[in-house]
Write a protein that binds this ligand. Sequence first.
Ligand code: AMP
Ligand code: ZN
Length: 494
Amino acid sequence: MQSVVKNLKIYNSISGKKEIFSSVIDNHVGMYVCGPTVYSNVHLGNLRTFTSFDIIYRYLTHLGYKVRYVRNITDVGHLENDEDQGEDRISKKARLENLEPMEVVQKYTYDFHETVRKFNLLPPSIEPTATGHILDQIKLIKKIIDEGIGYEVNGSVYFDVFEYNKSNNYGILSKRNLEDLIHNTRSLDGQSDKKNPQDFALWKKAEPKHIMKWDSPWSEGFPGWHIECTAMSNKYLGDIFDIHGGGIDLKFPHHECEIAQSNVCFGTNAANYWVHANMLTLNGQKMSKSTENNILPDEIFSSGSPLLSKTFSEPTVKFFMLQAHYRSILDLSDNALLASEKGFNKIIDAINMLENLKSYSDKTSDFDVEKWIKGCYDAMNDDFNTPILIANIFEAVKFINKIKAGSAKISEKDYKMLSETMDSFVFDVMGLKKTNALQKGNDKLDDVIDIILELRNDARKNKDFSLSDKIRDMLNKKGISINDSDKNSSYTID
Ligand code: AMP
Ligand code: ZN
């Protein structure tokens, strides 16, 4: 393991500070990330969070840690609001679309896997499902009741937040204090069996029409939202593990409740480092499935969106995300994506150029490559600061362009180090990909576009300008520009 490991700092949401990272077991890391709720297609916001943790996973692995990365699939038990009321979202979708709940789950799990694969995110080591761990959840609920913190009313079981708070700190993560919560929570006007509105459900008795339900000591029902992650993270990573992550919107109530459950069951906060990725916004508003303020990956990559002037490749969108730190809010816009596309292409052009550059065994370099490498590690060791890493990479791009122009030189030794480090950080750590299906010079693509151009020329000859303009505009939307001259038409790919 490299010595830089000792310098890795991670921002811990519990302490509100960057802390030196030290793992529970030497050279090993256990990381749990809350996965998707599979009742609709993943949107780009979800993808940003999973990308943030993919980078963390990749960098820890790059440093030499053996990482067990657990990311669950929430396929049951996610009620529509935080007050444990409303319908289970998966059951609702099943009812609306006249499908079996497991058909809904299968369809969107498949979509999720397809999308993360296209985005070049590494699969987790274990991907457990909530429905596959109902017995584990029941076991923990029993324990919480035995400890005097869980209580049963009419077949449902709730976590007594006030009882817990007598000897623990409910609010340790979100910094909310129970008194303020009482003040700000609306009363449930007798609609609930809970002792207090702040209590949260561990098990809910199912209404007769509820589709997804299981036997339990209390009723035929289904688990509350928070218990699944406590059950699955504990099963695969133990009573105390290293990193627990998710989007910042999960900090409260989900992660606060997970910490409370874990303290009752195992006497720990579950993880030593609680890490939260910030939101992707669209028009300044959080991208979200339920408000429909979102762009789906397919719209941005292939079918197009009315909000964008063209489509963008997966690596461009990923590069756009990595230009912001994972703890900053990031707003998606056409202009920002266009700028990222230019930047990303510059880096790839430089890497391609680097392959054919001349280096010298008898000359010193006009660039301090060792200092540059240290800069790359310093950036990532400072709470995975990808924007600083990218700024550093652009310094190397400048140098590569100078070598190409003949105004700078590089030694053989530095050339090897520079090439290897560029590849490691761009491809292995950031998980960007060179391949772009739309590459000019690809024979099949050239043939297909020539056919389209010939048909368009026929339309022009026949003075059917509305058709020829339509073809031009449609290609343009896909990032292919047509350049007409008197004699013929050619194309370029943006
Ligand atoms: P969900 O499927 O809604 O449970 O969300 C899956 C993950 O995506 C969670 O970690 C959420 O916090 C995260 N997430 C949801 N919306 C956004 C967003 N607009 N930007 C970034 N992450 C998000
Ligand atoms: Zn979770």
